[in-house]
Design a protein around this ligand. Structure first.
Ligand SMILES: Nc1ncnc2c1ncn2[C@@H]1O[C@H](COP(=O)(O)OP(=O)(O)OP(=O)(O)O)[C@@H](O)[C@H]1O
Length: 425
């Protein structure tokens, strides 16, 4: 068994923000990161992946539990890690060389030594010749190379990467992934472990030795899957695609509930994904066109959608009873098929029934509008009710989406100017 470099023990994180009703982000996270591993962390958007990475780096303190590095509990920044951010985080007034050298700022090292190390890293990351360039003169891919260089120059045991490729175009990202993998697999860098937060299942299966999947609200580790394919991996290989399918299935799986729990669930005020009715309709039509049942991975690929955008649509189709997931495939339910085949008006009716049945927040809005003698209510009133559950910002986002659904289903009308919801008589 390889040596454990870093361990997370019962990590929990709670933000006590005045407008965040349920501030629990992470709960009971236990992880061991071993030497020689490239580990990816997947999870729905906003689940707490970045927070987890920042806790590992010691940039954010956990509310519970501890981070151990090399067997010792860390307090403050973790000395063994270097971090790469999605947004590059470069200083625009510093050159490439100066930006990279910044990684060594607090090291007790002679200036010539820092210079030598920085130049060698710049060479390694393929930026030879650009030492004197400023970030604005560089492409996105080159900027991220600088970001990676600044972390590597510290020669960290663990490299933490927070969606390092997601701000880049596809080809640039592919190129950078291959270069990183080459540095890693050929041991050109002394890094002992890499932890990569990503939105892309394919990226996780292509690069990593282990994929950790987090749930949401709060985030817990729901899967920890070894990926034992040799590099370089062929994305068409059936073993590769079956792992991608398996991860899709885990990420889209809803917990099986007892009938009582399902009944209880129906009454609970739960967040709905921010997917407009129009997008959902298009999605259902597409599955129908593809023969009612389709591999989730292929579907995401066909739509060129990242997990971040794809999962909420899948979740909405499931929540509203239009589709079900099994073994990595998404299939339309009977209602989903009826919806796909229906006329515009009939679709509205089906949607209306599904939303009322499956979304307690919508049921509550309709009930209140019916109870009022003038059948009108200000949006702010509903926002206040939902604020108790989600905090102010999310309550407003939830209301945007419920209004979109309610209008599409012709459940009520909404006046943007007066910000009033009302039933048409
Ligand atoms: N400093 C903070 N104060 C309050 N809430 C925060 C803070 N930082 C993050 N959060 C909340 O914690 C939750 C998790 O955020 P985080 O950025 O860790 O998720 P993520 O999985 O990395 O998201 P994404 O996939 O969208 O990048 C979000 O609801 C976010 O609003």
């Amino acid at each position: 068994m390889k040596k454990t470099l870093m361990a997370l023990e019962q990590i929990g994180k709670r933000y006590n923000q005045p407008d965040q009703a349920n501030g629990s982000i992470l709960e009971d996270i236990n992880l061991q990161i071993r030497e020689g591993e490239l580990v990816s962390v997947l999870g729905p958007s906003g689940s707490g992946k970045s927070t987890l990475l920042r806790i590992m780096a010691g940039l954010v303190a956990p509310s519970q539990g501890s981070v151990l590095y090399d067997g010792k509990r860390i307090a403050g920044t973790n000395p063994g890690v270097g971090m790469v951010f999605q947004s590059f985080a470069l200083f625009p007034w510093l050159t490439v060389l100066e930006n990279v050298k910044l990684g060594l700022e607090n090291r007790p090292m002679r200036e010539e030594e820092k210079l030598r190390k920085a130049l060698s890293v710049i060479d390694m990351i393929g930026l030879d010749g650009f030492e004197g360039a400023y970030p604005k003169e560089l492409s996105g891919g080159m900027r991220q190379r600088v970001g990676i260089g600044r972390a590597l120059v510290m020669e960290p045991d663990v490299l933490l990467m927070d969606e390092p490729f997601s701000a880049l175009d596809v080809l640039t990202a592919e190129n950078l992934k291959r270069d990183l993998l080459e540095l890693w697999t050929e041991r050109k860098i002394p890094t002992k472990s890499i932890i990569l937060v990503t939105h892309s299942i394919e990226e996780a299966v292509y690069l990593s030795d282990r994929a950790i999947v987090l749930s949401r609200d709060p985030a817990r580790v729901i899967s920890d899957i070894p990926i034992r394919l040799p590099h370089w991996r062929d994305k068409q290989d059936p073993l590769f695609t079956s792992l991608v399918d398996r991860l899709y299935a885990i990420l889209t799986k809803r917990e099986a509930k007892t009938p009582e729990a399902a009944e209880e669930q129906k009454k609970k005020i739960e967040k709905v994904p921010a997917v407009p009715a129009g997008a959902l309709t298009g999605f259902i039509e597409l599955i129908d066109d593809l023969g009612h049942q389709v591999d989730l991975y292929k579907l995401a690929d066909q739509l060129s959608l990242d997990l971040e955008d794809f999962l909420p649509i899948v979740e909405t189709a499931q929540t509203l009873g239009f589709a079900a997931i099994q073994h990595g495939d998404i299939a339309l339910t009977d209602i989903g098929r009826r919806f796909a085949d229906a006329s515009v008006l009939d679709r509205k009716e089906i949607f209306r029934a599904q939303v009322q049945q499956h979304v307690p927040m919508m049921e509550r809005i309709i009930w209140i509008l019916h109870s009022k003698s003038n059948n009108k209510m200000e949006r702010a009133f509903f926002e206040e009710i939902f604020e108790k559950h989600f905090g102010a910002e999310e309550a407003s986002r939830q209301l945007d989406i419920l209004i979109d659904w309610g209008r599409y289903a012709e459940l009520f009308t909404y006046n943007e100017q007066t910000r009033v919801l009302f039933l048409e008589s």
